[in-house]
Write a protein that binds this ligand. Structure first.
Ligand code: CU
Length: 121
């Protein structure tokens, strides 16, 4: 037996549900803040980042070096990290929940790149 195609009523109901769902979320999403950290043989740039508590932080990690690096962030809840091969970009995102000063660094053995991310109250 052939499967019935959804009727127009069903499709309409689905669209209405999606609109309600998206509309309902719109007011509650935290603001996104987009930052870029570039790594070269000279280290991270910039080495100082600042966001506000409640921001949803999205960091584009650009590796412009000839070797792989990580962007590793020490959050109170643990480490959050991305690795990027040479000439590749990676994305690190996290919610800035607690004010404070967090260290970020490269976790590749022997590497010393580091910086500081401040979460303002
Ligand atoms: Cu590195």
């Amino acid at each position: 037996m052939a499967r019935r195609r959804p009727t127009m009523n069903r499709v309409s109901a689905l669209i209405v549900s999606l609109v309600l769902l998206l509309g309902g979320c719109g007011g509650t999403l935290p603001p996104e803040i987009h930052l870029t950290v570039t790594v070269t043989a000279a280290g991270f740039s910039p080495t100082q980042l600042e966001v506000r508590r409640g921001d949803q932080v999205v960091i584009t990690f650009q590796n412009r070096d000839q070797v792989g690096h990580t962007l590793t962030l020490e959050l109170p809840t643990g480490r959050r990290a991305v690795a990027a091969e040479p000439k590749v970009d990676a994305i690190l995102n996290f919610p800035a929940n607690e004010p404070g000063s967090l260290r970020f660094f490269c976790a590749v053995p022997g590497h010393t790149e580091e910086g500081q991310l401040v979460i303002r109250p």
